[in-house]
Design a protein around this ligand. Sequence first.
Ligand code: MIC
Ligand code: SF4
Length: 643
Amino acid sequence: MGLTLTEKILSAHLVDGEMVKGQEIGIRIDQTLTQDATGTMAYLEFEAMGVPRVKTERSVAYIDHNTLQNGFENADDHRFIGSVCKKHGIYFSRPGNGICHQVHLERFGVPGKTLIGSDSHTPTGGGLGMIAIGAGGMDVAVAMGGGAYYITCPQVVKVELTGKLQPWVAAKDVILEVLRRLSVKGGVGKVIEYVGEGVKTLSVPERATITNMGAELGATTSIFPSDEITRQFLKAQGREQDYTPLAADADAQYDAVVEINLSELVPMAACPHSPDNVKTVEEIGPMKIDQVCIGSCTNSSLMDMMKVAHILKGKTVHPDVSLSIAPGSKQVLNMLAKNGALSVMIDAGARILESACGPCIGMGQSPNSGGISLRTFNRNFEGRSGTKDGQVYLVSPELAAASALAGVLTDPRTLGDMPEFKLPEVFDINDNMIVPPVNEQDMDSVEILRGPNIKPFPVSEPLAETIDAPCSLKVGDNITTDHIMPAGAKILPLRSNIPEISKHCFAVCDEEFYKRALELGKSIIVGGANYGQGSSREHAALAPLYLGVKAVLVKSFARIHMANLVNAGILPLMFENEADYDKIDQGDELKIEHVAEQLRAGDTIEVQNATKGFTFKAKVSVSARQKEMLYAGGLLNYTKQNS
Ligand code: MIC
Ligand code: SF4
């Protein structure tokens, strides 16, 4: 029986366990990436492990999230990360060089390799035929130290692409269609593998748009084959030597099949406030808009920008619309400057932003009150834009540009003939903003620059004999990490200061939570389905840890967040009978006796609701290795015990 591409790469990297679906496997990691908002913690954790130099083939630290230096904090963090990189063998992509996923695709991604990154959109690398997975900072620290990365051996879903996109219909519409069909929970425990004739019609940046936003399916990752188109892209990046052809076997067996005829797709938008709330432009109608933001790791490639420039050429942005554009990397921005497209954008009235995450993470460009914002990004969770009642629609760059001119949601197919957009034969290559580390023999001469914003991470304790704590908060379904630990320009600078950032924990849901949790000393959070979807930020586990949260009891978890809870030593519990969720109220005293003993005996735990006087069952769906981590009080304690 033939193998899927996913199985081929995973089994070539297997260092622990067996390739049995649903079981935990450990894989060797060839490359890691971090960004600044998760990076400070990841590097503090790496330092705590005491490994002198990274053991991966390539590790890169990017500065792209916290670039609004509104006070000393972010600049301190950048200098800290830069100095750690220099000393410990990591390449450092300086602020201004671009968004981690875009730059990694351009300069470092290699087909067939494994990559983990402390950012949930790391699967962008799947556009180059990598197994690229988003993870918590601690997992990335362990991988840098040469440790394996553990995942559940995934099911593999085949997405068979046929046909060819119609003019002005975009790669973004492909992933929106997948989200429409599978939903934000549809990818859990799965890798989405793209195959079929239609694959050949998509360039590497288009493939990367699709794998990038595959994160919104909750999937472990998404992957495209590595083919002639991949070779041409790598050649144009001066990296043809990194090319290897890779594909699934013709008789590979998949766990599920989705068929998409590219020719039948139409322009679409994900409506507020979920990436799977997808409608066609026709269904939404010519809605009046206030803002358009083009950029983010989903849609900021040169090809995207050239399409936008073509649409804007000789026109003016509608007087009621603010248009911002953030090209994804220095390479993209500079090529636009050299070929004149940047001037076209400026002429049309676009507000050009630096090559960074910017508005995507709420770093500026919050829309007006109740404002309707079209964004080429990947997430439209409530409040993420920085405006609580902002209405964010996720769309393709083509649709965004056409609408910015018209002032209303506009089908880009009304633009008429589309010229053929081709990737350049040679990209503009200048890696002068990527600082290499010093040689190993010189590492002692590098001083680590630790500003006052950098505080040690909270210490977790070994699992208690009994957890006896009140429910400090009860929340509903699809709680995102943006609810648990919001981002934005005010809060992001506190990413290396857990005591301070914890003040904002769950503030979107309940402003009193911080105070209440601290007063209670220890507590349990109760939630619904798909708890912790979205970002990989381990702060969504570290802040609750700091606030004394001992367990999180929900209907189901998102993958990265559950791993982050275990890494932090917080017990992740799932209702065996979902109806028990309705019987618990905030304030109820919950009691779990002999926790470790119960865990050793199986995967079900008995919980008492002392306030209401009933007992119910909760599942702990973790591996044997993760149980050991829970007994030890998290991954760091576990790693120390076992090294
Ligand atoms: C995001 O898109 O939510 C982020 C900001 O890139 C996060 C990482 C973070 O919270 O720092 C992610 O996707 O993992
Ligand atoms: Fe940055 Fe947005 Fe991409 Fe996250 S999703 S890495 S914030 S551009």
